[in-house]
Design a protein around this ligand. Structure first.
Ligand SMILES: [Zn+2]
Length: 117
């Protein structure tokens, strides 16, 4: 993905991924309907083929005018144990894993540890 911001005649024009500057239609759009392109990466070790991580990549666009949305509040890069965004913040990248997670996963793990002791 590539985007650029240029200044022309005192105003700024944003060019997103070769789509050209934001159009007047996109500026007027209320952005009421959305589309999302979701991709799940299954990362494996080269030699063994063992799965090392899963990564969810999401791009959100307005279904009416096509303007992409950017993710807010996340650092730029890739983290296989967290959430980050691409350099232009248009792609959210989230580490995922099969099964339940969060506090329920920690409670279940604590129960298993307790029964072993
Ligand atoms: Zn829109």
């Amino acid at each position: 993905m590539q985007s650029s911001l240029t200044r022309e005649k005192g105003t700024y024009k944003m060019n997103i991924d070769g789509q050209g500057p934001i159009t007047a239609e996109q500026l007027r759009c209320a952005h009421k309907n959305f589309g999302a392109n979701v991709n799940v990466q299954r990362l494996t070790e080269d030699r063994t083929g063992n799965v090392t991580a899963f990564l969810l990549e999401i791009v959100v666009t307005c279904a009416e005018c096509g303007l992409p949305f950017h993710f807010k509040g996340l650092p730029c890069g890739m983290d296989l144990n967290g959430a980050m965004v691409s350099a232009n913040a248009l792609e959210g990248r989230f580490a995922i894993a099969p099964g339940i997670g969060g506090i329920i996963e920690r409670i279940e793990a604590a129960k298993l540890t307790k029964t072993r002791n």
